[in-house]
Design a protein around this ligand. Structure first.
Ligand SMILES: [Zn+2]
Length: 337
């Protein structure tokens, strides 16, 4: 029973890692002891993890957390939502070797550091000694033997998914994603604050991002389409962030698909629009919100095929939105660009 709960907790952590989730969402609360002996809490994005055994965080050398760890290496980590609570206690270490820094690096970090060899960038590795898990109304508590010897290498989810595996998702423990309608694993969890996706669908999305960041070497325009399409296909409920998200991602899709802009150019357009403090309206999602989903993209077996599938998916979802909201989208473009 405990093993099952530990496994589920590990899956939840994996779905929250920056590497898998694209750094969009998913963080852990890290508690450390400060210079005066008081516990302090801060939130950090999880870079990678191996089940509940260890987690890494990418941070800056100048951060308080690094100074605290140098004084005291005891730490606690908490990852929670309404459906689960994962609390881990253990030790934490600061890693600055080139191999680890390279291993934990993923492209969105370029916004913060110049590259994996930036001397300001370092990796924190938390090693679990004790756990207390509450997942799916079941509890497990226990200790783990320290895993100092475990190498940092984690294999991102399988690069080329076997199609037969996808077919299996029509099996027993599946659910329909309330965003895109894809049949996905029925996994407990609410993966994102405002993107309306089921955990199983989010994990598939994570696999796609992992491929783009990893073996496909960050094809930036395709990656732009992936992120935008996923966001508008999972609009969630009307709230300030979801309204802004859908509007911005639609504008990005407009520039890439209609104006043939590159991913980089579309990102600049999004930032421009955001800086204008435009008042966005909630756009009622089209029904269906596209007929293609992440599952169609996961079938690709090469970069070329991946780029083709992403574009088909993006065009399909975009057409649904544009035929319903042509006036609003055209208006946003003519008013702002
Ligand atoms: Zn979905």
């Amino acid at each position: 029973m405990s093993q099952e709960i530990i496994k589920k907790a590990g899956e939840i952590i994996a779905s929250k890692t920056g590497y898998i989730g694209g750094g969009m969402e998913g963080y852990a609360t890290l508690t450390l002891i400060d210079e005066n002996g008081y516990p302090t809490a801060s939130t950090l994005t999880i870079a990678k993890a191996d089940g509940i055994k260890w987690l890494t965080f990418c941070t800056s050398n100048s951060r308080n957390s690094v100074k605290r760890i140098k004084k005291c290496n005891r730490a606690g980590v908490c990852i929670n939502s309404a459906e689960y609570n994962i609390t881990l206690v253990g030790t934490i270490e600061i890693l600055t070797d080139a191999e680890t820094k390279q291993e934990m690096w993923f492209p969105p970090m370029e916004e913060q550091w110049s590259g994996p060899d930036d001397p300001e960038y370092c990796v924190l590795r938390f090693n679990t000694e004790r756990y207390s898990l509450f997942v799916g109304y079941e509890e497990a508590k226990g200790t783990l033997s320290p895993t100092k010897d475990a190498m940092l290498k984690v294999t991102p989810p399988s690069p080329s998914r076997d199609n037969s595996l996808i077919e299996q998702y029509k099996g027993d423990n599946t659910t329909r994603c309330y965003g895109c309608g894809a049949i996905v694993d029925n996994i407990i969890g609410r993966p994102h604050k405002y993107i309306g996706a089921t955990q199983g669908c989010w994990n598939f999305y994570g696999e796609i991002l992992a491929k783009e960041f990893g073996e496909y070497n960050y094809p930036e325009t395709t990656h732009r389409l992936t992120v935008d399409t996923y966001a508008v296909q999972h609009p969630g409920q009307p709230c300030r962030q979801s309204i802004q998200s859908v509007n911005l991602h639609l504008i990005s899709l407009y520039f890439v698909l209609v104006k043939n802009s590159s991913g980089k150019e579309a990102t600049i357009k999004m930032k421009e629009l955001l800086s204008k403090k435009t008042k966005f309206d909630w756009l009622e999602p089209p029904a269906p919100n596209g007929q293609k989903t992440v599952i169609d993209v996961l079938r690709a077996a090469s970069l070329e095929e991946h780029e083709e599938k992403v574009r088909e998916w993006a065009e399909n979802v975009w057409n649904c939105w544009y035929s319903k909201h042509k006036q609003t989208i055209d208006g946003l473009v003519s008013d702002n660009f």
